[in-house]
Design a protein around this ligand. Structure first.
Ligand code: SAM
Length: 319
């Protein structure tokens, strides 16, 4: 999935697993060597460790400490996490836990933690559980009153939001949209009236279709397509949805990993008279459904409310 093959630089290559006996997973004692991971006594339980989304140096000292100290590392794919581990000089054994893992596999991990093992939970890249596996494991650990902690770090959605230029005071993270148009439009419809920035994970091959559905269901909002964040070819394309559609229509399928950020709906002051006038005009040449869609988009008003009004106007129009 994520490309973590970028060359680490010299400083990173020298990171070793040298051990220093210090306090429990923590900050209360001075860090003598600020860059070397420390082997630290670990409480039994689960450590949800965020890992780089592209740039190998985006890892915290605490994440390195935890990775060098836990009894067990679980990850989605040992080949992907293996590359990361060897880049930091770690040689620990890894175990696979992902969306295909069985209940028995999860119960085994819960039993391990209950018996005193410390377990790091990693996804292929970024923050575990965020559009990645781990939720059921965390639920089970909470039920069993086991220790769980977050070791925070990279997350593509938040980096994209920071760089998008969209309002950050309220945002909704929607993960991946459905791949089929009808389901995707339905999903978007639910969010069309929500007054917040919207964040979606996307893939290159689906980008253009998704942008078109976003335009249709959300109107011509400001948006940003953030690609290959933290990597060598990081790219941000900002514009209205219409401009972005035009841009990607002329291009070959964009490569790499993508986050789409959509600005909040604009508060447009439109009088009821004006909406009715626009609807009447549209109804003279279009079906109720199409007229409602066109006017909803033009006025920035919720499609459902406009559709109800269009039905009313349509039925009272002279035949
Ligand atoms: N848990 C991860 C996180 O914290 O960001 C997300 C995992 S999700 C399975 C993978 C999706 O995240 C990709 O398809 C893409 O939409 C987004 N993503 C991950 N890395 C990215 C990057 N470097 N640049 C842009 N988007 C990225």
């Amino acid at each position: 999935m994520t490309d973590i093959t970028q060359k680490s630089d010299k400083a990173l290559e020298t990171i070793s697993t040298s051990s220093q006996q210090v306090d429990n997973n923590g900050a209360s004692r001075p860090i003598e060597n600020k860059t070397s991971p420390r082997s630290i006594p670990m409480k039994a339980g689960f450590y949800l460790v965020a890992t780089p989304i592209g740039n190998l140096r985006d890892i915290t000292f605490r994440a390195l400490d935890v990775l060098s100290s836990v009894d067990l590392i679980i990850c989605e794919d040992t080949r992907v996490t293996g590359k990361l581990m060897s880049a930091y000089g770690f040689k620990q054994k890894m175990h696979v836990y992902n969306d295909h893992s069985t209940d028995e596999q999860r119960e085994y991990l819960i039993a391990q933690a209950a018996e005193g093992k410390s377990i790091a939970v990693l996804s292929d890249a970024g923050t575990p559980l965020i559009s990645d596996p781990g939720y059921k494991l965390v639920r089970s650990a909470i039920e069993k009153e086991l220790y769980i902690t977050s070791v925070p770090g990279p997350n593509a959605a938040l980096s994209a939001l920071q760089l998008s230029g969209m309002a950050t005071d309220q945002f909704s993270f929607l993960g991946f949209l459905p791949s089929k148009t009808t389901a995707r439009q339905k999903a978007l419809q639910k969010w069309s009236e929500v007054p917040s920035t919207l964040i979606f994970y996307e893939t290159g091959p689906r980008l253009l279709d998704s942008l078109q559905d976003m335009y249709q269901m959300l109107g011509n909002r400001d948006a940003a397509v953030m690609r290959e964040l933290t990597k060598m070819y990081e790219e941000a394309k900002r514009g209205t949805l219409q401009e972005l559609i035009e841009h990607y229509t002329d291009k070959s399928t964009p490569k790499g990993e993508i986050v789409v950020v959509i600005g909040e709906p604009e508060e447009v002051e439109v009088s009821m008279d004006s909406i009715e006038d626009q609807l009447k005009k549209a109804l003279s040449t279009m079906s109720v459904r199409d007229a409602a869609e066109v006017v909803a988009r033009a006025t920035g008003k919720p499609k459902k409310a406009i559709y109800t009004l269009a039905l009313k106007l349509g039925s009272s129009a002279p035949k």
